[in-house]
Write a protein that binds this ligand. Structure first.
Ligand code: GLN
Length: 240
C-alpha cells in the first residue's frame, strides 16, 4: 500500500440509491485498495456542505419522488459539478441521477424535474416502464452487463456520444438502440445491479482517471477478476 489515497463522493445516497447502486462506491473503494491505494468514502445529501477535496463522484437511481426531493439542491451545486467535469474529474451517474445530469426529466404526471445540463440529453417518462436484464456493446469498454428499470426515455442531443449500443434490452429509450452517455470522464448509464461488480473494466477506467488526475500517474496491480468474469458469463445467459 502506498500513501496515496482517493476520496470517493456518493451523491445523495439517502434519496438516490436503488437496485444496489451503493455497490458501485464499494467496488471502487475495494479495487483501489487492491491496486495498492487508499480510499475514503464520503457522502453528500441535501443541505450538506459540498466537500472540497473530491477525486471521484458516483450517484445512483431513485423514484420520481426522490428526484423531486434532491432537485433544488442539485441545481444549487450544478455549476460546481460542471466545472469539476470540465476539469476531467471522473464521475459515474446511474439512472435517476443520469437523467438529472441532463436538461430535465418530464415525469408521467407531466411535471418537469430540471437537471444540471452537464449532458445534452432530454428525458420523458413513457407509458410503459423499461425493465429487465440488459447487455450493451461499447467501443471503449466492450460488453457492459446490468439491469434496467425506468419509465424515463432519454434522447441524446446532436453529437452526444452514447456509452454503448444495446444488444439486449431497451437502453436510453427502447427506440434508437443507444444506452447511456459520455462527457469527458463522466459516464451516465441506466444500468443498475449494481453496475461495477460485473463490469470491472469500467471501475478501473474511473480509478485510473482519478489517480492520474491527483498524482500524475497510476500504477495498477494485476487483479484476480475470475469471480467478476464468472458473474458476467452467468448474467449474459439470463433471459431479459
Ligand atoms: N424515476 C426515474 C424513472 O422512472 C429513474 C428511475 C431509476 O433511477 N431507476 O425513469
Amino acid at each position: 500500500m502506498n500513501n496515496k489515497s482517493i476520496n470517493i463522493l456518493q451523491l445523495y445516497p439517502r434519496d438516490m440509491n436503488i437496485y444496489g447502486d451503493w455497490g458501485n462506491a464499494l467496488v471502487l473503494k475495494r479495487r483501489l485498495e487492491w491496486h495498492g491505494y487508499g480510499a475514503v468514502l464520503l457522502e453528500y445529501n441535501p443541505g450538506d456542505t459540498f466537500p472540497g477535496d473530491v477525486d471521484l463522484i458516483v450517484g445512483g437511481g431513485g423514484q420520481d419522488s426522490g428526484q423531486d426531493i434532491i432537485q433544488k439542491d442539485l441545481l444549487s451545486i450544478g455549476t460546481q459539478l460542471r466545472d469539476l467535469a470540465n476539469d476531467g474529474l471522473p464521475m459515474l451517474m446511474i439512472c435517476g441521477l443520469y437523467q438529472l445530469f441532463g436538461k430535465f426529466f418530464k415525469a408521467q404526471d407531466g411535471h418537469i424535474i430540471k437537471g444540471i445540463e452537464l449532458f445534452d440529453i432530454e428525458t420523458y417518462a413513457g407509458q410503459e416502464r423499461l425493465i429487465g436484464n440488459i447487455i450493451t456493446k461499447s467501443t471503449e469498454f466492450d460488453d457492459i452487463i446490468g439491469y434496467e428499470n425506468h419509465s424515463g426515455q432519454t434522447f441524446l442531443g446532436r453529437g452526444v456520444q452514447p456509452l454503448g449500443h444495446v444488444l439486449k434490452g431497451a437502453g436510453n429509450n427502447g427506440q434508437d438502440n443507444t444506452e447511456g452517455a459520455r462527457y469527458y470522464n463522466v459516464i451516465g448509464s441506466y444500468l443498475h445491479g449494481s453496475l461495477l461488480p460485473k463490469n470491472p473494466q469500467l471501475a478501473d477506467f474511473l480509478i485510473e482517471k482519478a489517480v492520474t488526475k491527483k498524482y500524475g500517474e497510476f500504477t495498477p496491480s494485476v487483479l484476480d477478476d475470475r469471480f467478476a468474469e464468472l458473474a458476467r458469463q452467468r448474467a449474459i445467459k439470463r433471459p431479459r
